[in-house]
Design a protein around this ligand. Structure first.
Ligand SMILES: Cc1ncc(C[n+]2csc(CCOP(=O)(O)OP(=O)(O)O)c2C)c(N)n1
Ligand SMILES: [Mg+2]
Length: 564
């Protein structure tokens, strides 16, 4: 049966199980918007900036493990998606970006709102398409969802000229994709798996380094089985948070430049590092030349391009984490590693990296801790970038998968609010906390209107330090206290919330924290708390730039100022 391109797109999205689209209309997608009411199963959420649409689709994808969809018009609408697409690309999040394009006869004429989106997004998408034939659209959508969600997930862009949306073609949704050049290595090589298992069985000081790949692959049970069977301590990357319960006795927290001292010590002293679904990002490894100097490194990852990219590895295994661990666990012997674990416990005792000072100040760490206490970890936390992100990573105890959502690779400020919107839309039954920086919040603040229009009960905690805090911290520690462009004049966030019809409150003292959080939780809709925290609080531990993980600094020492 013949249908228009717009209808074909909608029907194809429904076939792919899409329920929500985040977007903003414009001339080049008006045929599509005109068609949307024919498909009430597709809920369209009107955002206030296309960057918000991409972040929301990303937050939705990370919270639900389903592809998130964002939609924008050609030209400025499309370019506004770019940062969000890059964000999804760097964190391997499956989003589908749909952009309108000028009608085919106008392409190449610098027509009104014409921009080469496939060119622009080539390096930040897993794949992209310019649809030139309406008859190809269904196949393209099928392929796009397949590519986005299989192997190492990532964003796929489909650019659809306006006349393709209007033109009719025969609609048959393909059953299968035929992509001979697209290979997924889902099973690890059995010889490598056996070799890794033997190394694990023989190791005296093994450490598991868990990354986001464990979460993407949903290999929580397999990871736990490995760790418990062989009694191996686990440290995680920032995006690996949630892959293993942080209240488990074998959990030693996050490693890296803001990792716990004991996690970093574990890695630096390990004789075997089992890196699972992670890519040796520089924020995790610090200076790679001094990274895990004593360890034989096993690296399990689905993307062969990651093997040996940043750090030389001794035993690579290319495969899906869940499959590889299932195969490997069969070969793993029970061990206790008592000496090694008691050494780690000793380090944890000697370096209590995450202790919160008892004083009268309103410390940001205390705020995060109280949000954890009030929710008992039963929430999705979506963070901004900078200090707030690190405190949220360090001081909330993540015990459930998919409970921590953050922009890791791109580190893009402004992710917090739309990211939280996406998570809440995807998981309406879960409590969603947006932990925002006062700087980052203002980059996508307009999405408060989306929250109100869609009545999304997102709880917002602004960690208001009056600074671009992480910038100020670096200027303090590494630029001799010279603060340049770090101080923020801020609007009254509670009044702003009120203007968007969202109730809120301001907290300036420690003793008000618990009741304010409870008020936000008890309120049936969205709620904003402006936590006016200690302005010059720093994130510790920190590994100074250029140093290895062995140089993890825990306590603020004045000497640091002189050294840099
Ligand atoms: C879009 C974007 N611009 C600039 C930066 C550089 N940057 C990293 S952290 C930071 C400060 C963030 O300030 P705020 O949101 O208040 O968070 P805080 O560190 O104070 O918690 C900046 C400017 C960035 N990461 N993203
Ligand atoms: Mg700030």
């Amino acid at each position: 049966m013949k249908k228009t391109g717009a209808q074909i797109l909608c029907e194809s999205l429904i076939k792919e199980g899409v329920e929500v689209i985040f977007g903003i209309p414009g001339g080049a997608v008006l045929p599509l918007y005109d068609t949307l009411p024919q498909y009430p199963q597709l809920r369209h959420i009107l955002v206030r900036h296309e960057q918000g649409a991409a972040y929301a689709a990303d937050g939705y994808a990370r919270a639900t493990h389903k592809a998130g969809v964002c939609l924008a018009t050609s030209g400025p609408g499309a370019t506004n998606l770019v940062t969000g697409i890059a964000n999804a690309y760097m964190d391997s999040s499956p989003i589908i970006g749909i952009t309108g394009q000028v009608a085919r006869p106008f392409i190449g004429q610098d027509a009104f709102q014409e921009i080469d989106m496939t060119g622009i997004t080539l390096p930040i998408t897993k794949h992209n398409y310019l649809v030139t034939d309406t008859g190809e659209l269904a196949r393209i959508v099928k392929e796009a969802f397949y590519i986005a969600q299989t192997g190492r997930p990532g964003p796929v862009l489909i650019d659809i000229p306006k006349d393709v949306q209007q033109e009719e073609a025969e609609f048959v949704y393909p059953e299968k994709v035929a992509l001979p050049g697209y290979k997924i290595f889902s099973q690890g090589h059995s010889i490598q798996v056996k070799r890794a298992a033997r190394l694990i069985n023989e190791a005296e000081k093994p450490v598991i380094l868990a990354g986001r790949g464990v979460i993407i692959s949903q290999a929580y049970d397999e990871l736990k089985e490995l760790a418990e069977k062989a009694q191996i301590p686990i440290v995680s990357t920032l995006l690996g948070i949630g892959s293993f319960p942080e209240n488990h006795i074998l959990n030693f927290g996050m490693l890296g430049i803001h990792g716990t001292a004991y996690a970093n010590l574990a890695v630096q002293n390990a004789d075997l590092l089992i890196a699972i679904g992670m890519r040796f990002d520089d924020r995790a490894t610090a200076n790679t030349s001094g990274f895990a100097p004593l360890a034989h490194i096993i690296h399990i990852d689905i993307d062969p391009a990651e093997i040996g990219k940043n750090v030389p590895v001794d035993t690579p295994i290319v495969g899906d984490v869940k499959n590889v661990l299932q195969a490997m666990n069969k070969e793993i012997e029970r061990r206790d590693h008592l000496d090694w674990l008691s050494q780690l416990d000793q380090w944890r005792y000697e370096h209590p990296s995450l202790e919160i000072e008892e004083n009268d100040k309103l410390l940001p760490q205390y705020v995060i801790r109280q949000i954890y206490e009030a929710t008992q970890g039963d929430a999705i936390v979506v963070t901004g970038i900078g200090q707030n992100q690190m405190w949220a990573a360090q001081h909330f105890v993540y015990t459930k998968p998919d409970s921590f959502i953050s922009s890791g690779g791109l580190g893009s400020m402004g992710f917090e609010l739309p990211g939280a919107i996406g998570a809440k839309v995807g998981c309406p039954e879960k409590m969603v906390w947006c932990i925002a920086g006062d700087g980052g919040f203002q980059m996508t603040i307009q999405e408060l209107a989306t929250i109100t229009q869609e009545n999304l009960a997102v709880k917002i905690a602004i960690i208001n330090n009056g600074y671009l805090g992480m910038i100020r911290q670096w200027q303090e520690l590494f630029y001799k206290h010279r603060y340049v462009a770090a101080k923020l004049w801020n609007p009254d966030f509670v009044k702003i919330a009120e203007a968007y019809d969202i109730p809120g409150t301001r907290v300036k003292h420690r003793e008000e924290v618990i009741s304010a959080i409870q008020k936000a939780i008890d309120y049936p809709g969205p709620f904003l708390i402006d936590f006016v925290v200690e302005p010059e609080e720093n994130v510790y531990p920190i590994v100074p730039p250029g140093e290895s993980l062995s140089k993890t600094l825990e306590i603020p020492k004045p000497a640091i100022v002189d050294r840099y």
